[in-house]
Design a protein around this ligand. Sequence first.
Ligand SMILES: [Zn+2]
Length: 417
Amino acid sequence: MTTAPTLHHRRTTCRGCGSTTLAPFLHLGEQALANALLRSPAEFATERRFPLEVVLCTQCGLVQLVDVIAPEVLFSNYLYVTGTSDTMKVHNAEYAETICKLLGLGPNDLVVEAASNDGSLLAKFKTHGVRVLGVEPATNIAAQANSAGITTANEFFSGASAKSLRAQYGAAAAVIANNVLAHVDEPVKFLAAAKAFLRPGGIVSVEAPYIEEFVEHNEYDTVYHEHLCYFSISALMVIAERAGLRIFRVDRKPVHGGSIRMYAKSAEEAREHAPAVVELARAERGKGYTSLARMQALAKASAKQRSDLVALLERLKREGKTLGAYGAPAKGNTLLQYCGIGTDLVPFTVDKSPLKIGLFTPGMHLPVYAADELAKRRPDYCLILAWNFADEIMRQQAAYRELGGRFIVPIPTPRIV
Ligand SMILES: [Zn+2]
């Protein structure tokens, strides 16, 4: 992947409320793009790195990145395919059932998903007999969805695309944005586009990683260039309001290290956010999720996690133990780069995704092998980079365990399990 300097810019205003009161608190260094795996060592020398710094808007409390990489660079060959994980399959089935029941959807109703990836969530909606439409910018993944029978438009979701797709397919009973709002540089415009797609009585449902786990469990590794916002309910309310939406429900979900799912309707149909949502926002402000002092404490904890993890790996190496890793997710690549963990300490990682096998991780250049290589190569310790799937990985790697392999979970503090 090649990137020109014009494909990176630094913003000076909050993408939630528009103010200029942005206070930096966590700098993760110059990092290669966490999802830009490399095809061969010949690409190592020309790999681009960009600053990765997290700021807090002291006006609305939105935690966000200021370094913006053009989406065409970040997402045109995106390798994260949602369908690969068992945990996500269960989650998607629940999501479809919840929305279909909530709205009483039937065969005449259209559910649209923005950034629909391989269509695995919409496939669950299809089993409920509703019409579905995906909107997915990654060409290879949109093609995969279409060939699996999920009608998918290959484009970025925007005000213009919402307008033309609505004209073509009709208005939507629900627009779903699963794990994408945090990835867009203009979340207010994105939600306004979702709202414009709705029929009367329609809803917008957005799922995004919740800032609670980022703060409480020290999940600094969820920071990468794609992930521009780290939402609190308080900050999300401001964004929803500016998009002409009101939040009537918020659910907590255990995926992606802890997520929230918000349900919103147009401000014409609900004049205020629901009282329960307002109460959740008040409670989280009490816990410091919009506070600069709390964010500075998180930055300190991240630095300690880094020195503890590196010390553990170096000690194991000195003791003659062999090491490997599991997973090549974006979060793992942030962690490896922030901690400076390269092949001298961890010679390889493994992954289930066929799209990643045979590639090299960005920044630190660990080769990615197939998952069954773990039991074959049998390192003494395996660092779980995809730690949010740690239980599932350890179950699947029972053979490795029986051969004496041990796992290291790095977050919130490094521990051997
Ligand atoms: Zn703001």
